[in-house]
Design a protein around this ligand. Structure first.
Ligand code: ADP
Ligand code: ZN
Length: 600
């Protein structure tokens, strides 16, 4: 049995061996059992249902909410010689009829279905008349009502089992928390399923979180020095900053397009299609962008604003480096982020339990930002997994020092205390820092803050360092923000610091952003410098070919495959066929063209 699966892997997909638990998952499903698969983005979930669909008799039916991407998914499979089709609301009657009869005539290996299709009697009737090999439920976390991505149509999926008790089901998701895991199992009636939980580590992603000074300039510097010509996603919180940042990049010669819910749907679709099809385009987006984007060669994900939760951060950064090549997850984060997010929670709709939940999420995110330990270990711990310091995140590569900030914290908190209690006043961070530094600004004079006993007691730190102290006290819950102006107030925990019952550990801000050397990771295909010009030639060939066929470039070949070709320079079709990612179909279709490019 597994030899058949292995044969399909090699012949159709052109890969040598299974990754991680793929083989065990595939055996389970090929043998007719159910499976629940938790695997990070880029882990290789698709093969887990595609190969059983090819090995088992009948058609693999894949339920996926990603309607806009079905065409690309089907194109990618067809390029491999797999007979795939889809049914969703974007098609007209005639197109649907064609797919339906292909299904009934046994001319399909895989059929992608939008979840709302399953509610239609006509769909279940259709499935009943054909031969189904398995049901794959992709993005299975959409069944979770408390998760971030609930789709009501997913609840109906529990009925699949009642109707077709003998057909195996495989549910897959990249959402990792225990709660979602349990909810998927219950709601989809996967009581007898075997669970496969992969490590959520993404070793090829380098995590970096840096202090935010002038975010656009910092971003430009990152793109110019490390990601010239690369495709990537930049996330911003607001539509306005999305627009501004995209414009800024374009003005500086970096091809970029905006994406947010305020754009009309045609522009959005066009920008998304360009991102998928072109090499080296940057999308600047709100978090509305990215779900299900399976472009394998996204080389960086940059956040210019703080994500609201670790789950969100992990999902968004996870869109980088699906192909296993080195990629960067870069986040710029500053005091203003904390102030703004705390304020948003305070003024958010919903009951106090809801606000508490938001706060808990934010606290975990802040803890990740402020940690002096390995970022990756902290991320994995959050998902209940363990890890060793990774050597491929900013804190591993340039370990920050921590220092005893108890005295500065006391000075700062007592300034807030004095304003609050002696003057009945509240101020934001700027004024409080001016007082500590003893700056005689007009605003200080106006409020006679130079008469406070705390005036000028904090000259041992510079303005920027004080902002770091404020940010970290906010992150640790030792200080809070209030109201529209982001004024600072004490918390219950502040009194422990003021009463010397508690030490405050702070992280020392690195003088400049650490520029980590790119460590080649085990998954990466390394390419010697001499091979680079050939790689570029192959990329150009791929770009033209993709354009002619109206498919994304990665559907032709992945970067990793082109790199290996450029490095090994195969002379014959047989040699070319041994390269990872070159299966039978692509060899027959493109093999000679590739050899011609190499020979030029
Ligand atoms: P996921 O859906 O889990 O995000 P994909 O199924 O898109 O991941 O796979 C991620 C990438 O890894 C794809 O480019 C895929 O072709 C590649 N891949 C998957 N399995 C293997 C394997 N066994 N060997 C080599 N490459 C693989
Ligand atoms: Zn690390």
């Amino acid at each position: 049995m597994t030899s058949t699966a292995l044969d399909v892997l090699r012949r159709v997909f052109g890969y040598d061996s299974f990754r991680g638990e793929q083989e065990a998952i595939i055996s389970q499903v090929v043998d007719g059992g159910d499976a629940l698969v938790l695997m990070p983005t880029g882990g290789g979930k698709s093969l887990c249902y595609q190969i059983p669909s090819l090995v088992r008799e009948g058609v693999g039916v894949v339920i996926s909410p990603l309607i806009a991407l079905m065409q690309d998914q089907v194109d990618a499979l067809r390029a491999l010689g797999v007979r795939a089709g889809f049914l969703n609301s974007t098609q007209d009657y005639q197109q649907r009829r064609e797919v339906e009869s292909a299904f009934l005539d046994g001319e399909l290996d895989l059929l992608y279905l939008a979840p709302e299709r399953l509610r239609l009697e006509s769909t279940t009737e259709l499935l009943g008349r054909g031969k189904v090999a398995l049901f794959a439920i992709d993005e299975a976390h959409c069944v979770s009502q408390w998760g971030h991505d609930f789709r009501p149509d997913y609840l109906a999926l529990s009925e699949l089992h009642e109707r077709w008790p003998d057909i195996p089901r495989i549910a897959l998701t990249a959402t990792a928390t225990k709660a979602t895991h349990a909810e998927i199992a219950t709601r989809l009636n996967l009581g007898d399923a075997k669970h496969f939980v992969a490590s959520f580590d993404r070793p090829n992603i380098q995590y970096r979180i840096v202090p935010k000074n002038s975010p656009q300039k910092q971003l430009l510097e990152l793109l110019r020095s490390e990601h010239a010509g690369d495709a990537g996603i930049v996330y911003c919180l607001s539509r306005a900053s999305v627009e501004k940042t995209a414009e800024f990049l374009v003005q500086n010669g970096i091809p970029a397009v905006p994406y947010h819910a305020g754009l009309d749907s045609r522009t959005r679709a066009a920008n998304q299609a360009r991102f998928l099809r072109e090499d080296g385009l940057v999308v600047v987006a709100t978090i509305a962008f990215g779900m299900g984007i399976d472009k394998p060669d996204v080389r960086f994900v940059a956040h210019l604003d703080l994500p609201k939760s670790v789950e969100g951060y992990y999902q968004e950064t996870g869109r980088a480096g699906r192909d296993g090549q080195p990629s960067t997850a870069w986040l710029a984060y500053g005091l203003q982020d904390v102030v703004q997010q705390r304020k948003m929670i305070e003024t958010s709709e919903g009951d106090s339990a809801h606000r508490r939940r938001l706060s808990t999420h934010l606290d975990a995110m802040l803890a990740l930002c402020e940690t002096v330990e390995c970022r990756r270990v902290q991320l994995l711990n959050y998902f209940g997994q363990s890890g060793e310091p990774c050597g491929n995140c900013d804190t591993c590569l340039a370990p920050p020092e921590s220092w005893d900030g108890t005295i500065p914290a006391q000075k700062l908190l007592s300034t807030v205390y004095r304003l609050q209690n002696e003057r009945r006043q509240k101020f934001g961070a700027g004024q409080i820092i001016d007082i500590l530094l003893g700056k005689s600004t007009p605003k200080v004079q106006q409020h006679r803050h130079d008469e406070l006993t705390v005036f000028g007691i904090g000259t041992e730190l510079a303005d920027g360092e004080w902002r770091g102290v404020v940010r970290q006290l906010l992150a640790q819950g030792l200080l809070a923000v209030e109201g529209d102006y982001g004024t600072l107030v004490l918390t219950d925990a502040s009194s422990d610091v003021l009463g010397r019952k508690r030490e405050v550990r702070l992280r020392r801000e690195p003088k400049r952003e650490p520029k980590p050397a790119r460590t080649a990771k085990k998954t990466a295909v390394e390419m010697p410098a001499e091979a680079a010009p050939m790689f570029e030639k192959l990329r150009t060939w791929r770009g033209t070919t993709a354009k002619d066929q109206g498919v994304p470039a990665y559907v032709i070949f992945h970067d990793a495959t082109l790199r290996q070709i450029a490095t090994e320079q195969p002379k014959t079709l047989t040699d070319l066929g041994t390269i990872s990612g070159v299966g039978e179909n692509k060899l027959a279709k493109y093999g000679q063209q590739i050899l011609d490019v190499l020979a030029e």
